[in-house]
Design a protein around this ligand. Structure first.
Ligand SMILES: NC(=O)c1ccc[n+]([C@@H]2O[C@H](COP(=O)([O-])OP(=O)(O)OC[C@H]3O[C@@H](n4cnc5c(N)ncnc54)[C@H](O)[C@@H]3O)[C@@H](O)[C@H]2O)c1
Length: 252
């Protein structure tokens, strides 16, 4: 029996990688899926995969750093489906390793706005709607680098750690309202982000793989499975938690 029949899920950053795999995983469990991201063609491609998985959904072009976009994203979800049960906030960007003395204010603003402000804005509007439903579940995608920092990507590490603080404190406030809020810390995962991070430095890919005790990086579907579990009733007593899905990365 599907976990999410009759339910509605929203995924930010759903045009690729972990967000796309999560949209498909929600669809396989019977949820209608709204995909919000910046890239239209790729977002529509995800909706094709949602339909192929046996469900329905639609794409909304959204920049998670823009509150008007986030408000519209939630409003259009409600106009179409009348409710919002689950959200996975996966939109994010990487940082190339750079000495702090050479980092720019522009990079700071970009990373903090997408990785941190984007999650804050998303939760603000998702929770406002979930309160009207009488409950819901949110999973924020942080990173294993929030727990075990990767050298040279200070802003990325810190922005992902900020997501954990936000997740725990928002979870606390809404625990009695039936809204569960958790975070997943993926280890390295084979996505466009991983390709961009390692493309100019093939040795970096090997070095990252070696940082994982399992001797490999993950697949997006392995992270999506965690999102589905955290949103499901099987996790009904779980809130404010940080789930590392990382091949053992944070153990060392
Ligand atoms: N791949 C990894 O190794 C890894 C490891 C740990 C954590 N993560 C986190 O997982 C999440 C998903 O990343 P991924 O690996 O799937 O990479 P990805 O690049 O495939 O996905 C990121 C998505 O976010 C979207 N996005 C970026 N900025 C946006 C904005 N301003 N508004 C709306 N959408 C925006 C991109 O278009 C893309 O679809 C990110 O938060 C990332 O930090 C990834």
């Amino acid at each position: 029996m599907a976990f999410f029949t009759g339910k509605v899920a929203l995924v930010t950053g759903g045009s690729s990688g972990i967000g796309r795999a999560t949209a498909v995983a929600f669809a396989r469990q019977g949820a209608k899926v709204v995909v919000a991201s910046r890239r239209v063609a790729e977002g529509e491609e995800t909706i094709g995969l949602v339909k192929a998985a046996g469900s329905e959904g639609f794409f909304i072009k959204t920049d998670v750093t823009n509150e008007a976009d986030i408000k519209t994203m939630v409003e259009k979800t409600i106009t179409a489906y009348d409710r919002l049960d689950y959200a996975c906030n996966s939109a994010g960007m990487e940082q190339q390793p750079t000495p702090i003395t050479e980092q720019t204010e522009e990079t700071f603003d970009q990373i903090v706005n997408i990785n941190f402000k984007g999650i804050w804005l998303s939760m603000k509007h998702q929770i406002s709607q979930m309160l009207q439903n009488g409950g819901g579940a949110i999973v924020n995608i942080s990173s294993a680098a929030a727990i075990r920092p990767i050298p040279g990507i200070h802003l990325y590490n810190a922005s992902k750690e900020a997501v954990l603080g936000l997740t725990k404190s928002v979870a606390l406030d809404y625990a009695k309202s039936g809204i569960r809020v958790n975070a997943i810390c993926p280890g390295g995962v084979k996505t466009e982000m991983f390709e961009r991070f390692t493309k100019d430095n093939p040795q970096a890919a090997d070095a990252i793989i070696q940082m994982h005790p399992m001797g490999r990086v993950g697949e997006s579907e392995e992270i999506a499975d965690g999102v589905v579990w955290l949103c499901s009733d099987q996790a009904s007593f779980v809130t404010g938690q940080i789930l590392a899905i990382d091949g053992g990365f944070i153990l060392q």
